[in-house]
Design a protein around this ligand. Structure first.
Ligand SMILES: [Zn+2]
Length: 417
């Protein structure tokens, strides 16, 4: 069978891929990129991500380098079209030249973000400024797809997205709805699609597309997206919590993403909240996931006679409670408390103090977030200076795709992960 030829301008056939990309860990290949040369450059880029468009003088001050050094760092980034200079915004206070803010150029090399779920794959391009384009989505065959069919769907979506890139992407970042070995860049287990268990997706993508590829657990990708492009910007400590059909979370502590050994950490949904409690999908009993997912909500809605219980979610529950439907307000409160229990445990353990909520609860808006926050504050003793704050994340798909791209960005800027 003839191998498909690809329209890209960068090497696509395995033999054309530079040896360091083929054999090195993806991080190495990225680190050798000419875009990143020095710790100072990484610090300046980090400051830009944290603050948004910023003048040279501000950047120099905040990154702790002098004006000459900042020019030496910024000029090559302007030449490589990583950054652009914006219009002068205001005269400087000393009355000198008006400050021209620097920001990421739309012409900079994009990142390919991918979300791999049990039933479909989604791909897109993300600019360094966090703009999404060239979105593609391919569903897997409905009945027990083979790994070959899954692979074909992934290749198809990726190829279409990459063909829209006007420059070679910096890499492919993948958010996986399942357990991941981040060192091997492999899927360990997807409970709802066991055909993917053991799938060495990172190697497959690098071989097929000649780009560095990184994989991580979906909730950790959400957190990385928050850190680079969302409400975690500039934060040193925060947690992302995802609820929906499953429950998961991720931690950013002391300026580092916390993954645990080979990415084994963050299985918050399977921390225990009830000894000998309900049976969980993982085979154990009393996991947080058994009381704080949409599955639990559906069962409760049915038990108290809410209409169309299978269509219940946070958005609808908040609306029903607002309309005074009997039982809805107390169910909302109970659901919020169940979500809060796991967050309270996390707060007592590592005290991130700032939580970004993702997934189903986002649909419940401020009312749901406030209900959860109220329960967490009631469950955790208050301390001076230790206010616990909550924020609502981006809508689900967008957050995961930005986060997947953020995985590549984190590696690129040499952040310890
Ligand atoms: Zn479990």
């Amino acid at each position: 069978m003839e191998r498909e030829t690809s329209p890209q301008r960068w090497p696509m056939d395995e033999e054309d891929i530079p040896a360091d990309v083929r054999t090195a860990r993806p991080g190495r290949a990225l680190l050798s990129s000419s875009m990143v040369g020095s710790a100072n450059r990484g610090r300046v880029l980090q400051t830009l991500f944290d603050l948004g468009p910023t003048s040279r003088a501000e950047l120099a001050r905040l990154a702790g380098v002098n004006r000459t050094t900042i020019s030496g760092i910024v000029q090559p980034l302007l030449d490589q079209q990583v950054l652009v200079e914006g219009k002068p915004i205001r005269p400087s206070e000393a009355g000198g030249k008006p400050a021209r803010p620097l920001w990421f150029s739309p012409e900079a090399r994009p990142i390919c973000g991918m979300m791999l779920m049990p039933d479909a794959v989604q791909t897109c391009l993300v600019t360094l400024a966090g703009t999404i384009s060239a979105e593609e989505s391919v569903r897997f065959p409905a009945e027990n797809p083979t790994l070959a069919e899954v692979t074909r769907a992934i290749e198809q979506a990726t190829k279409k997205t990459l063909s829209a890139a006007h420059r070679e992407p910096l890499g492919i970042g993948v958010a996986v709805g399942g357990m991941v070995d981040t060192d091997r860049r492999a899927v360990i287990a997807v409970n709802l699609a066991p055909v993917m268990n053991g799938f060495e997706l990172g190697d497959m993508l690098t071989r097929r597309f000649g780009l560095p590829a990184l994989l991580d657990h979906h909730p950790r990708a959400l957190l990385v997206g928050d850190r680079w492009f969302g409400k975690g910007r500039g934060m040193q400590n925060f947690a992302a919590v995802y609820t929906g059909e499953v429950l998961g979370g991720a931690l950013y502590l002391g300026g580092h993403l916390y993954r645990g050994q080979s990415g084994a950490g963050g299985e918050l949904g399977h921390t225990f909240v009830q000894v000998d409690g309900d049976l969980c999908a993982c085979g154990r009993r009393g996991c947080w996931e058994t009381i704080a997912t949409v599955g639990w909500l559906r069962r409760q809605a049915r038990a108290i006679g809410i209409d169309a219980p299978d269509a219940i979610n946070s958005a609808r529950l908040v609306a029903l409670a607002g309309a005074g439907v009997p039982g809805a307000a107390s169910l909302l409160d109970l659901y919020a408390r169940n979500v809060a229990v796991g967050i309270a445990n996390l707060q007592q353990t590592v005290a991130p103090n700032f939580y970004i909520l993702h997934g189903d609860v986002v649909g419940g808006g401020e009312i749901m977030a406030e209900a959860i926050a109220g329960h967490v504050r009631a469950l955790v003793p208050s301390r001076s200076g230790g206010e616990i704050r909550f924020a609502i994340g981006e809508t689900e798909d967008r957050a995961a795709l930005l986060g997947a791209a953020g995985l590549v960005l984190s590696e690129l800027l040499q952040f310890p992960l």
